[in-house]
Each structure stands twice: as structure tokens, then as C-alpha cells.
Design a binder for this molecule. Structure first.
Ligand code: UDP
Length: 475
């Protein structure tokens, strides 16, 4: 008989660093002793980005990658949403995925195809090769539950979800208002909704779903999902522990140095992820709120989305003040107590730093998990995607965050910000949240430690995927 070829898992993240990075963190934890090889197969709508190649090239030998030929879109309506573009990229890449599987099969036995929640069209190709199909879901078990529940909700509800008077009861989850569901389901006539729904419907075809969360963080939805199909594999919290300071941004090492000089747990870190921006008026309120709170802060501040680009914008004069949208005198008045940067901050290191005592976050799931592994209590300020649902988990579920209220002006006002920040950093309630966060941090360390639940789940998957001949049968 022919010698057995070594087993290989194909991982196909849909375009976007937010999909690639957690999948890589998962791949890195697959135990090497299983002799299992992993290949990332990357669909793209253009040439590979610097960010993609940098992270992929730094991976160990057992993980390789191949970029599929870039796809081109034709006849797309204007304003086509990102979700549609991402999913369409995967769909248009299926012929080259097929070819790639053929050529990799010469040297390896492909045992599994893993996609993410926007890549389920690739299940067609997995079917042709008789490969088991897995989904890696990079966000919460709550939003995964919504994905699985969406086909039914779509049948039963006839209006926009935000018009529902009763909260939506996703099985196992804290009831949530329709207006707080993920962004792409907010407009049911939009192509983004149809894309999400199409992918959601195909989730039931998966042999298993890998979820970047853990039981102590989301007991309700995880227990509920574990009762049904597909099989749920909670493996979280998987996070990037360190960003290269040199790569991150010009102020990176300066901001860590500044933190070194601050008292223990005294600094509030303020950041809205990779894309979050506020309006001009909201930015001013936030600045004045931070000032009024009298706390130390490290703020990754972005230009407001509605900032007026005036004629002097391109002159040297305005170049010299990149913070001209902040209130007059704010930087002088908070000097020493506040550090403001417009460039990327090394967030994992900032959250792990002893001087950091709290985090005002937009609730992106990576930011949330990074806060948990560092035991950092939160002020929650959700902006887009599934962040309003994440805020519900944090404030009503595990109770590790405070949420400032929106005032009559439609803004979160300075007084409210100041009092919530003060409460988190100095108040009794802040202490309680810190304690709860500490428990979660310990639970996270345990589940990812030796013999922890997430670690064992990953080993179980690795074993399943290494048994090349048997895996198709036993799945
Ligand atoms: N991040 C960072 N520095 C910044 C802003 C963001 O290192 O100044 C990292 C952060 O640590 C996290 C990711 O970027 O890993 C943001 O992911 P998240 O899911 O929180 O939010 P998104 O940007 O996808 O909305």
C-alpha cells in the first residue's frame, strides 16, 4: 500500500485582519506533537497587505500559507457593504481553492477545512472532497447564537428588528433590544443582511464550530449551544499577547515609558479599536469629561469623522497641530496627567502594564478578551458591529463594566463621563468590578492552562484532525 501522507488542515479566513489574527492565535495553539500541518489559504480582492504578510511570515514551520489569486468584482452596485464584499471574495475564490486542494493533496492528506462565519460558501468545495467542515467564530457565543437563530427570526419577524417593542430572546442569552443587534442585521433590505443570513443558514452544515469565548464568560449561550448541533468547541480567550512596538506606531515606546512613571493602577486607557471614531462634539465631551474626572489617562485619539476639512488643512500650520479638534487648552491643562497619541498604541502591553487601572473601550471582542486576560475593569462605549451586544454581556452578564448614559443632547456628556470614570478608578463600584474581573482573569488562565478546558478542547480537535483516514468517517 502507498505510504500514508502527513495530515493537513486548511484554514481559510475571510479577508480582514480581524478574521485572520484570532484564527492564527488558534492555529498557534494546536499542539505540534500531533504531526499536523496547517496551511492558511487566503482569498483576497487585491495583493496581500503588508499586515497580512508580516504576521504570516512570523509563524512557526508547522504553519504555512498560500495566497489565492486576487478576485475582481464586476457589476457591483455602488455602496456595496463590506460584509458582502468579504463573502463574495470567498465565493469568487472557490475555483482557485479547488485547485489548491488538488495540488496540496499530492504531498498531504487534507483532513479538514476550517472557514469563518463569512466563508461558508467554501463548504461546497469541502463537500466535493469529502472533507469535514468547521467554522471558526471569532466573536462572542452570544452573537454566534444570533447567527444560528437568525434564519428562524427572519421567518417570524416581519418588521425591522429595531422596531420590535419586546427585546429579542436569543436562546440562552440575555434578552437584547432589536436596535442593539449587530449592525448588518439593522437593515433587512440591504445586501449585507442577505449576506449574513445566507452564511447564517449554512452554519448548520458544519461538523463543529470553534468559539473564541469560554464558559465563565458566557455561561448562558455556551451551555445552550452545547445542547444542540453543530458541536460547539469553546477555545477562548485567544488573544494576541504582544504587538511589536517597533511596528505599532511612532509613539509606542514613548507611551510605555510614560506609563512606567505613573503610580500603580492609576491610568485609564481610552481606545476605540482599529476603526472607531466619534463626532467632533462627542470628542470634545470626552476630552472635557476626562479632564473633569481628575484621573490619569492614556488616550488613543482619532480625528472626528465629521471634522471639517478647512482650507488651511493642508498648510504647514495645521500640520503642526494634529489635535486641533480637541478643546482649547485641554492638552496644557492635562499635561503630565494625560498622554494623548494619534498613532497605534501597543494595546496588549498597555493593558498588561501595572500602571493601567481601567479601560474605556468600544467593546471590540479582541479588546474585551485582552482586558479579561489582564483583569482590567471597563467603561463600555460600544460603537459598531456586534459591540452593543458585547456591552450587554459585560454590564448585565459578567458585570465587569460600567456604561455611561447618553444625555438629552444625544451625546454622552462630560459630567456623565467624569462620574463614570471616577467611579471605575476610585469608587466602591469600581472595586467590585475589579474583583469580578480578577475572577474572570483567573478563570481565563485556568481554561487555557495545562489541562484547562480550552486547552483540552484544542487538543481534542488536533487529534481528530490528525487522524487523516479516520476523520472523515468518525465525524
Ligand atoms: N489595537 C492596538 N492598538 C490600538 C488600537 C487597537 O493594538 O491603538 C489592537 C487591539 O489590541 C486589538 C485590535 O487592535 O487586538 C482591535 O480589535 P477589536 O476586536 O478590539 O476591535 P476592532 O478594531 O476589530 O473594532
Amino acid at each position: 500500500t502507498a505510504p500514508e501522507l502527513p495530515p493537513m488542515v486548511l484554514m481559510l479566513p475571510s479577508p480582514g485582519m480581524g478574521h485572520l489574527i484570532p484564527m492564527i492565535e488558534f492555529a498557534k495553539r494546536i499542539p505540534l506533537h500531533q504531526n499536523l500541518h496547517i496551511t492558511f489559504v487566503l482569498p483576497n480582492a487585491g495583493p496581500p497587505s503588508k499586515a497580512q504578510t508580516t504576521v504570516l511570515q512570523s509563524l512557526p514551520n508547522s504553519i504555512s500559507h498560500t495566497f489565492l489569486p486576487p478576485v475582481t468584482f464586476t457589476d457591483l452596485p455602488p455602496n456595496t457593504k463590506t460584509e458582502t464584499l468579504i463573502s463574495l471574495t470567498v465565493l469568487l475564490s472557490l475555483p482557485s481553492l479547488r485547485q489548491t486542494i488538488h495540488s496540496l493533496s499530492v504531498s498531504h492528506t487534507i483532513t479538514t477545512l476550517l472557514v469563518d462565519h463569512f466563508g461558508t460558501d467554501a463548504f461546497d468545495v469541502a463537500g466535493e472532497f469529502n472533507l469535514p467542515k468547521y467554522i471558526f467564530y471569532p466573536s462572542t457565543a452570544m452573537s454566534l447564537s444570533l447567527f444560528l437563530y437568525l434564519p428562524r427570526l427572519d421567518q417570524e419577524v416581519h418588521c425591522e428588528y429595531r422596531e420590535l417593542t419586546e427585546p429579542v430572546k436569543i436562546p440562552g442569552c440575555i434578552p437584547v433590544h432589536g436596535k442593539d443587534l449587530l449592525n448588518p442585521v439593522q437593515d433587512r433590505k440591504n445586501d449585507a443582511y442577505r449576506t449574513v443570513l445566507r452564511n447564517a443558514k449554512r452554519h448548520s452544515e458544519a461538523d463543529g464550530i470553534i468559539e473564541n469565548s469560554f464558559l465563565e464568560l458566557e455561561p448562558g449561550p455556551i451551555k445552550e449551544l452545547q445542547k444542540g448541533k453543530p458541536v460547539l468547541y469553546p477555545v477562548g480567550p485567544l488573544v494576541n499577547r504582544e504587538v511589536e512596538v517597533a511596528q505599532a506606531g511612532p509613539n509606542c515606546s514613548e507611551c510605555l515609558k510614560w506609563l512606567d512613571d505613573q503610580p500603580d493602577k492609576s491610568v485609564l486607557f481610552v481606545s476605540f479599536g482599529s476603526r472607531g471614531t466619534l463626532s467632533s462634539n462627542q470628542t470634545i465631551e470626552l476630552a472635557l469629561g476626562l479632564e473633569k474626572s481628575e484621573q490619569r489617562f492614556l488616550w488613543v485619539v482619532r480625528s472626528p469623522y465629521d471634522k471639517v476639512v478647512n482650507a488651511s488643512y493642508f498648510t504647514a500650520e495645521s500640520d503642526s497641530d494634529p489635535f486641533d479638534f480637541l478643546p482649547n487648552g485641554f492638552l496644557e491643562r492635562t499635561k503630565g496627567r494625560g498622554f494623548v497619541t494619534s498613532s497605534w498604541a501597543p494595546q496588549p502591553q498597555v493593558l498588561a502594564h501595572g500602571s493601567t487601572g481601567g479601560f474605556l473601550t468600544h467593546c471590540g471582542w479582541n479588546s474585551v478578551l485582552e482586558s479579561i486576560v489582564n483583569g482590567m475593569p471597563l467603561v463600555v462605549w460600544p460603537l459598531y458591529a456586534e459591540q452593543r451586544m458585547n456591552a450587554v454581556i459585560l454590564t448585565e452578564g459578567v458585570k465587569v463594566g460600567l456604561r455611561p448614559n447618553v444625555g438629552e443632547s444625544g451625546l454622552i456628556e462630560r459630567q456623565e463621563i467624569a462620574s463614570v470614570v471616577k467611579c471605575l478608578m476610585e469608587g466602591e463600584e469600581g472595586k467590585k468590578l475589579r474583583c469580578k474581573m480578577k475572577d474572570l482573569k483567573e478563570a481565563a488562565a485556568k481554561t487555557l492552562g495545562e489541562n484547562g478546558t480550552s486547552t483540552n478542547t484544542i487538543s481534542k480537535l488536533a487529534l481528530k484532525w490528525s487522524n487523516s483516514n479516520k476523520s472523515n468517517v468518525t465525524n
